[in-house]
Design a protein around this ligand. Structure first.
Ligand SMILES: *[C@@H]1O[C@H](CO)[C@@H](O)[C@H](O)[C@H]1NC(C)=O
Ligand SMILES: *[C@@H]1O[C@H](CO)[C@@H](O)[C@H](O)[C@H]1NC(C)=O
Ligand SMILES: *[C@@H]1O[C@H](CO)[C@@H](O)[C@H](O)[C@H]1NC(C)=O
Length: 431
């Protein structure tokens, strides 16, 4: 009897020791579900690592974490991301982007005509008003749907994740704009299915950004304002979160305000300066393109520098070397009215829910253009509070959606769940 107990006791101890040993020394389980931010301009894929609790946004192409959401059809085949951007100039009609603007959406005839003016590629709608692209490759016309484009991007991301993890990847959480309706969400899921991905959940981008900052873990009711300022659009969302439950209370946005507009102001200033200096307008396509690239770089550098120097050889003006110092204050002056417009949708969401600035607990900044110091300053001064900026604003959504993938995959040590409650609020559009 006694020895039986000793044997039993020993084996229990052995099991406990094995468990302890396994937890300490075995490699942590591989991520089962990936998180994907399928963006209008850039797309990224990430994973949540059990045990360490770290999120990795994975490298997809040439060491870059996110790839441009661009797909091109050419004589050589289908190319994606940076490779598609690289050939765009020579193949503009067959280089497709902005699929997220069209996915699962019905367009009226006039709306489509209006949209067509902005793009070098051909758009058509079927009898229901669903839009598709028309490309011409190897001499034949082909219809490409926005979810086809989405699936090609998703497949590229999935393959990169498989290479990184040395494991098959077939399960994902996706983020979509909060304003996406059921059909836009359905077609996004369809795109994923075509890319061999089963979608376990679709979450709103502002919710993902809040998750990235761990705001779902706070025990008391929190009011969170998410400002997403990208290349061409501004989106503001007001969320409530309590006990891991998210509810969108209001949304407002301006789909004609973003980084490209700020570039345009600086570009016009430089074109004027060139004309004054040489008495000639700059019209040469290649010189203008070179100037555009310098303007983009100048904007990025002005985030951490007080002054940048534009130095450009103008081939169309007899190889003259044009030089101009651009102080940050000048960039801010040129964009003063545009930067102030960032506050308009913020005002509108607060009005919509009748809250004061002081009642907002957390501010989260998303999108590359929220790096601009003046934009940050305006938001900080408006709320008299520091916004959350610790995470790269271009990776915040991907980080949050990867955390959600970790939660749903049951990855230790995540315990706090995050659930979105359905909402009926409509987005307020500002122009
Ligand atoms: C996977 O991606 C992470 C993050 O980009 C990187 O640090 C790591 O080296 C990659 N691993 C492999 C095997 O490619
Ligand atoms: C065009 O034809 C070439 C040669 O047959 C082929 O390699 C390429 O994939 C085709 N392009 C597309 C987009 O199908
Ligand atoms: C979305 O898909 C689900 C399941 O496939 C379907 O039940 C629902 O009717 C679809 N909704 C819309 C608006 O397409």
């Amino acid at each position: 009897m006694g020895s039986a107990f000793i044997i039993l006791g020993t084996s229990v101890l052995a099991v406990l020791l094995a468990g302890y040993w396994a937890q300490r020394y075995l490699p942590p389980p591989k991520p089962k579900i990936v998180g994907i931010d399928l963006g209008t301009t850039y797309s990224c894929i990430g994973v949540y690592h059990a045990v360490s609790g770290a999120v990795d946004i994975l490298q997809v192409q040439s060491g870059k974490k996110c790839i441009p959401s661009v797909v091109a059809f050419s004589e050589e085949g289908v190319v994606v991301g940076f490779k598609a951007v690289a050939q765009a100039e020579h193949n503009p009609q067959n280089t497709l982007y902005d699929a997220k603007r069209f996915i699962g959406k019905v367009y009226r005839k006039e709306e489509l005509q209006q949209a067509q003016k902005q793009y070098p590629f051909k758009l058509e709608a079927d009898e229901l008003g669903m839009v598709h692209y028309v490309v011409t490759v190897n001499g034949t016309e082909k219809k490409i749907t926005p979810h086809d484009v989405g699936s090609i991007i998703l497949d590229t991301l999935r393959l990169a994740a498989e290479a990184n993890l040395s494991a098959p990847v077939s399960k994902a959480i996706l983020s979509v704009p909060a304003e996406f309706d059921a059909m836009q969400r359905n077609y996004t899921i369809k795109a994923a299915a075509l890319a061999g991905l089963e979608v376990f959940r679709v979450i709103n981008e502002p919710t993902a950004a809040a998750l990235a900052y761990g705001l779902h873990k706070k025990s008391t009711l929190q009011t969170i304002l998410v400002v997403d300022l990208g290349g061409g659009t501004l989106d503001v969302s007001l969320l409530n979160v309590q006990g891991g439950m998210f509810l969108t209370q209001a949304m407002a946005g301006n789909n004609r305000l973003g980084g490209q507009d700020f570039n345009q102001r600086l570009l016009l200033f430089l074109k004027d300066a060139i004309e004054k200096t040489y008495g000639q307008k700059l019209t040469d396509k290649e010189d203008l393109q070179a100037l555009r690239l310098q303007v983009e770089q100048a904007k990025l550098d002005l985030t951490y520098k007080q002054t940048v120097n534009i130095v450009i050889t103008l081939h169309s003006l007899g190889n003259k070397v044009f030089k101009e110092a651009i102080p940050r204050t000048l960039f801010e002056k040129l964009n003063d009215d545009l930067f102030n417009k960032v506050l308009e949708p913020i005002d509108r969401v607060l009005q919509a829910v009748q809250l004061t600035r002081e009642e907002v607990d957390e501010i989260v900044l998303v999108g590359g253009s929220t790096r601009i110091p003046k934009v940050r300053e305006l938001i900080r001064d408006y709320f008299r509070k520091q916004p959350n900026t610790a995470i790269d604003p271009e990776l915040a959504v991907a980080t949050g959606v990867s955390i959600q993938a970790g939660i749903i995959g049951g990855m230790w040590p995540l315990t706090v769940s995050a659930v979105e409650l359905p909402t009926r609020v409509k987005k307020i559009q500002i122009h």
